[in-house]
Design a protein around this ligand. Structure first.
Ligand SMILES: C[S@@+](CC[C@H](N)C(=O)[O-])C[C@H]1O[C@@H](n2cnc3c(N)ncnc32)[C@H](O)[C@@H]1O
Length: 519
């Protein structure tokens, strides 16, 4: 069985839970005065109307507390508590590990007869993202440990400003949902019996058989750079590429797997160049005969949960070979990276990708800020200057630091021309200044972000978000100018050194030029 797991024919072992596991603190006990009671009355002829779209609790993303709901046992607003999940199917995808398919038609609107304006309930609850609730500090520590252990799939998501959910060792089936830059699902936070919980909700009607995916960008906790294979036209290239932490502190794995390949970093310059959907070619006979391993956590309500898993909708844990899974809503080869007029200077350079990301980020940020539900997931992770160095993992493989820091002062020292030295030092100063401004801005923006995370309802103001993007772009430009100046001056110094050496050989003269032997 371990061999089959190693070959990827079986999903990796994990402990299946359907309730978050609190490790570093106790589950909050809801105080009576904090219980929100709705005013719903249900129609006795149609009890399904109990706590529907217009329930005050539903409107505030809060589940009804069982004994306090006027609709009693008919209450329909206890989906997290009752694990009312959609039917799902676990499958092996091509290139992206395991993934989850809809095993029933999933709706986006509770009542398709209502117009967008009147439909209050949007997005079917699909499944809860369960795992171990840990502090952010512990999340960072674990994330680092997992990397060192060579664990490449990332399962940690943000719960609020102080806590994260780690589904690496314990989790629900939601841990298998992959990322897409053009997703059919999204994460939403709900308050359930006083605790915030994360659910996966549909963003669009999704037919049976389509793979479910949400956008990891604002949830991404992975340290490694993972190439995104979602095949969306608007694909940002890497998982979490739009998150702030991603840009400074990431590296690529060295592996045969397409996701972790150091080569072929996607810089899509043309439509033909764009990402392609991959077709599976697995050995179906092997997969069909395999069974899913779910270890149950005996410290939880083991039997009840086990029975539920095996008999409820989630019992549809059929492992199937994947021939071709449609990514619902994904349009193939329909776009390319566009770099706006004023940023054209960055084309054909990795900065083009970064500039593109910054603009895409701005669009995403502003639209998230405007959309209240999306705002609940909005999170900017700050990671100051990276100290990450190349290192070997326990499995002997090396990781690569994608963004090597250049010691500009050292390079400048080696140049004989004062003009060149001054120019590089000046660019370095500007880069430091831009970095400092961005740091300061983060301090300004942090309370808004943390407040927003804590209350789940506040939003970061558009003006602050725009300032942030402006400062990020200024820093990128300063970095670009610095590197351009170094390349220009080093190249011309080498050329001049060559010319002068020839001349010195001829006339026996020492020109005083320093040589870049150490560079
Ligand atoms: C939460 S797990 C999803 C389940 C995972 N596929 C598995 O087999 O366990 C996240 C990991 O799945 C992979 N993944 C998810 N979406 C991907 C995508 N669009 N492209 C490439 N890899 C993806 C990455 O390795 C990522 O770290």
């Amino acid at each position: 069985m371990q061999e089959e797991q190693a070959e990827g024919l079986l999903p990796p072992q994990y402990i299946h839970i359907e309730q978050n596991d609190f490790l570093y603190r106790k589950h909050k006990k809801q105080k009576e005065e904090d219980i929100a009671t709705c005013l719903c009355k249900y129609n006795a002829d149609d009890p399904d109307t109990a706590c529907g779209e217009r329930c005050l609790n539903v409107l505030t993303s809060t589940e009804c507390t069982p004994e306090y709901c006027p609709c009693g046992t008919y209450c329909k607003n206890q989906k997290f508590q009752k694990c009312e999940y959609a039917k799902l199917k676990l499958v092996k995808t091509e290139g992206r590990g395991w993934g989850l398919l809809a095993d029933e038609n999933i709706k986006v609107k509770s009542d398709p007869t209502l117009s967008d304006a009147t439909a209050l309930w949007e997005g079917q609850f699909i499944i809860e993202y369960c795992g171990e609730v840990i502090s952010r500090k512990e999340a960072r520590r674990r994330s680092h440990t997992y990397e060192l252990q060579g664990l490449k799939d990332a399962f940690i998501i943000t719960l609020n400003a102080y806590e994260s959910i780690d589904a690496t060792r314990k989790g629900s089936l939601a841990r298998f949902i992959n990322h897409s830059c053009q997703p059919n699902c999204e994460t939403r936070k709900w308050t359930v019996l006083g605790e915030v919980r994360v659910g996966i909700f549909s963003k669009q009607d999704t037919p049976v058989g389509a793979e479910l995916a949400y956008d990891y960008n604002f949830e991404w906790f992975g340290g490694a750079k993972v190439r995104c294979l979602c095949s969306a036209a608007s694909c940002s290239g890497f998982l979490g590429a739009k998150s702030r932490g991603f840009q400074e502190d990431t590296y690529l794995w060295e592996d045969d797997d397409d996701r972790y390949s150091v080569e072929n970093i996607p810089l899509y310059d043309s439509e033909e160049d764009g990402p392609k959907i991959l077709k599976a070619s697995g050995d179906s006979s092997k997969i069909e005969s395999s069974t899913m391993i779910i270890k149950h956590d005996h410290s939880l309500k083991t039997n009840a949960i086990a029975e539920h898993v095996l008999s409820s909708q989630s019992s549809a844990l059929v492992i199937e070979p994947l021939d071709s899974i449609p990514m619902e809503g994904v349009v193939m080869n329909e776009g390319k990276i566009e770099v706006s007029g004023e940023m054209k200077v960055y084309q054909s350079d990795t900065n083009a990708t970064r500039a593109h990301q910054a603009f895409a980020q701005k669009k995403t940020m502003v639209s998230r800020i405007r959309s209240n539900s999306a705002c609940r997931n909005y999170y900017i992770q700050w990671s100051p200057m990276s100290n990450k160095k190349s290192a070997n993992y326990a499995n002997g493989k090396s990781k690569h630091v994608a963004q090597k820091q250049v010691d500009a002062a050292f390079v400048a020292q080696l140049l004989a021309s004062k003009e060149a030295r001054d120019e590089i030092n000046d660019c370095e100063e500007k880069k430091k200044e831009a970095t400092y401004k961005l740091d300061m801005l983060y301090n300004e923006i942090r309370p808004a972000i943390e407040e927003h995370e804590k209350d789940s309802q506040e939003s970061v103001s558009t003006s602050l978000a725009e300032k942030w993007i402006e400062a990020s772009c200024a820093k990128l430009k300063a970095e670009f100018d610095l590197y351009a100046s170094i390349i220009k001056n080093v190249t011309s110094a080498q050329e001049r050194a060559g010319e002068k050496t020839n001349h010195a050989e001829r006339v026996g003269d020492e020109n005083g030029m320093k040589y870049l032997t150490n560079y």
